[in-house]
Design a protein around this ligand. Structure first.
Ligand code: G1P
Length: 290
């Protein structure tokens, strides 16, 4: 069982300016739930109890989201709105939060490396990128845990994407072990299509052992001049067994405004109270703009 998960959230969210001047990208709502809620819930539903946020000083609302708000709970109690109390209390009650401030944004590898002091040498731990949502009855992290347990080694979640999308992600080179599991031979960050080893990309779900920190410590800057987590994984996979698990579920990359809009539409259509009206609005827009 994985008990600890790292959430690198210090990024500046430049793709969402101007709103990210004051609101962290992770707190942008998909209808009424902030984006990061989904990855946190996935971790908690997979058995995680301790969340380590690699954060920046001016994104405190992420940490506050995971604190109890007794005043608001009392207010709702007086109004007889127990249904709403559960919504605001559920996650804070279940998790222990640790915050590590990343002073400089030097890349995902640098961010993950900052968590090393809080990880036990003997434990497997997870890293989740909050802008990716994998909507599935079986939480994605739990699916990866099962494969990590089966093969007793670090394991990544992967999904298949179309050719045009490969260049935006970390891509694995892999040997097939079974229908949904692979042994990783290498990994490359944001390759051109002609250099991509496969169409299997990593949608921000990782289970590591402590060895990743040795490879992070020794890695140089890579694509975009940043310390890439992918480069450390590539080095580890060339030295040790490293696995991948093809994830079940519908994936939303909310890292761009369009991706965010797509997820917003999906989650609004999932709400029985909104569905009809949203379809009506969409039909009107199609008529107006096509
Ligand atoms: C990061 C990782 C990349 C991964 C992606 C998932 O890239 O570096 O390997 O596939 O997240 O969204 P970013 O989206 O930060 O450019």
């Amino acid at each position: 069982m994985i008990k600890t998960a790292v959430f690198p959230v210090a990024g500046k969210g430049t793709r969402f300016l101007p709103v990210t001047k004051v609101i962290p990208k992770e707190m942008i709502p998909l209808v009424d739930v902030p984006i990061i809620h989904y990855a946190i819930k996935e971790a908690v539903d997979s058995g995680v109890e301790k969340l380590i946020f690699i954060n920046s000083k001016n994104k405190q609302s992420i940490i506050n989201y995971l604190k109890r708000n007794y005043e608001l709970e009392k207010f709702l109690e007086n109004k007889g709105r127990e249904d709403l109390i559960d919504l605001i209390k559920e996650l804070p009650r279940k998790v222990e939060v640790v915050e590590v401030i990343q002073e400089e944004q030097l890349g995902l590898g640098h961010a993950v490396n900052l968590s090393s002091k809080h990880i036990l040498k003997s434990e497997l731990f997870a890293v989740l990128l909050g802008d990716e949502i994998i909507y599935s009855d079986k939480p994605a992290l739990h699916q990866i845990c099962q494969v990590a347990n089966q093969y007793q080694g670090p394991t990544l979640g992967v999904v298949e994407v179309v050719n045009e999308e490969v260049q935006n992600y970390g891509v694995i080179d892999a040997e097939v072990l079974s229908e949904k599991t692979y042994k990783i031979l290498g990994m490359v960050e944001k390759p051109n299509l002609d250099e991509a080893p496969s169409n299997l990309i990593v949608p921000g779900r990782y289970i590591f052992n402590y060895d990743i920190f040795n490879f992070l410590k020794n890695s140089a800057t890579g694509v975009q001049g940043e310390y890439q987590l992918t480069d450390a994984i590539n080095a580890q996979a060339k030295n040790e067994n490293f696995y991948a698990c093809l994830l079940e579920g519908e994936r939303f990359d909310t890292g761009t405004p369009l991706g965010c809009l797509n997820a917003t539409l999906e989650f609004s259509l999932n709400k029985p109270a909104m569905k009809e009206k949203v379809l009506e609005i969409m039909a009107e827009k199609i008529k107006k703009y096509s």
